[in-house]
Design a protein around this ligand. Sequence first.
Ligand SMILES: NC(=O)c1ccc[n+]([C@@H]2O[C@H](COP(=O)([O-])OP(=O)(O)OC[C@H]3O[C@@H](n4cnc5c(N)ncnc54)[C@H](O)[C@@H]3O)[C@@H](O)[C@H]2O)c1
Length: 522
Amino acid sequence: VIVLIGFMGSGKTMAGRVLAQKLEVEFVDTDALVEDESGMPVADIFEREGETGFRAREADAARAVLGDKVPRIVALGGGAPAQEEIRALLSRPGVVTTYLKVSLDEVRRRLGDDDARPMLQVADLEKLFDERRGIYEGVADVTVDTDGRGPEDVADEIARRAGHGLPIEVRTSGGTYPVYVGDGIAHRAAELTPGFQRVEQALVITHADLADHVAPVRDALGEAGIEITVAEVPDGEAAKSVEVAARLWERCAEISLHRGDLVVGVGGGAVTDLAGFVASTFNRGVAVLHMPTTLLAQVDAAIGGKTGINLGVGKNLVGTFHQPVAVVCDVATLATLPTEEVRAGLAEVVKYGFIMHPEVLEEVESSAERLLAKDAVALAAAVRRSVAAKAEVVSADERERDVRAILNYGHTFAHAIETLSGHGSWRHGDAVAVGMMAAAYLAHELGRIDDGAVALHRRVLERVGLPVRADLELDALEEAWKRDKKYERGVRFVLLASIGRAESGIAAPRDAVAAAVERLKT
Ligand SMILES: NC(=O)c1ccc[n+]([C@@H]2O[C@H](COP(=O)([O-])OP(=O)(O)OC[C@H]3O[C@@H](n4cnc5c(N)ncnc54)[C@H](O)[C@@H]3O)[C@@H](O)[C@H]2O)c1
């Protein structure tokens, strides 16, 4: 739940409405709720029942909307946080209290002489303002300045900084876990981890270059009384080896990591895949918290519970399903990411647009520059949407028996490209982009999609600077496909039936595949 507090005129209702629309949840204004319940405007309640009567009604409303755990955005009346009972509700886990700060001058400008606001009629407005400010500051988790800003702008900042108040839930056979998306939330790692109070120690698996991103996690866990061991692993794919996994198992044994303890993966998909794998195998399963630091890992690798390491003969050949206890996607960590890595992650973001939610494509097209420039508002929105898409698919099919296979859109070609070129020479996201282009050509060859859909692939991918051409040989691709773990008496493709609707397990005649591969050269 995100709760908006602030003085009258701070724009809680307007910003709250815009925010609710952006985050696709309901918006509740406690003043409006009180008016509905009582059948009277606030001013009349003050007149008939006095402030005491109003406050009692306000507390009832706050209890109702903060007590039922329904994800929503709540705007509290300006005086509500002055009530101790309401402050107690605000301090509950899962409530992110956001203070919309406004100056008294701005309040006067915005409200003028609003007769419907009884508190505006008090003799000493300045005194009231100062008193309330202290209260707001005392309970706020996040403070947003609103002077001179419109609701749209304010809502964007709230979504970016307080979005973790509305985690995305992934439903699995073992229960539901939250994925938090926000800017600067790594230092909340402990409180965002369900059951952290029971954890005695944590093994943090990361890469040496990411020390700055590990620091807030380390502090957060330390402050929660958790003993921390940091294990640094090699960069990139080199981390996903049997040798590195074995070293980490031994480390777990040396520090006597128990089943109630925690493994934390802080890094890109390579680190989270490895951390998940080690956590799932040591002691037959220890809890893992993922703190992905690349766009690709935030929108894809860290969500869904697939873990894996590589063998000399192929990638991800050894692995498990092991769902994390939570995933914390702090978009602040993406600030240090090279642009090529942002672009690679965008390939997966775009994928969700093609296979499920076409509106993602519009969003990427309209905010391409901001995304590539690592604008935190644009990134937070893209990560949130992508996580929601992946969560939807994983929740429907945790073990990839059917529906989940659509997430491999573009990946049949991509994996073959990566295998043929020797892993590491093609960036995964680039291979996926080319793979999606190939899948579009193939779907077109089979009469499944029209010219417009093919052109849309090319346009969106090029818009973010992803490649759409490759010089590939079908014979070589077929060799690679035969070795793929998803090979099942022939290669199967994920193809679109239309933009936003994908189907998996599709066999295609060789000449159609050959034609698609040819078109990829142009
Ligand atoms: N489990 C799954 O469902 C799943 C899904 C997709 C991909 N994956 C796996 O994910 C891996 C790819 O993930 P990736 O693209 O994140 O690669 P990666 O983990 O290799 O990270 C890419 C590079 O970025 C660096 N980096 C990470 N965070 C950074 C930051 N904040 N600032 C600067 N540099 C940073 C890393 O050190 C590395 O050099 C592959 O191994 C792939 O198999 C897994």
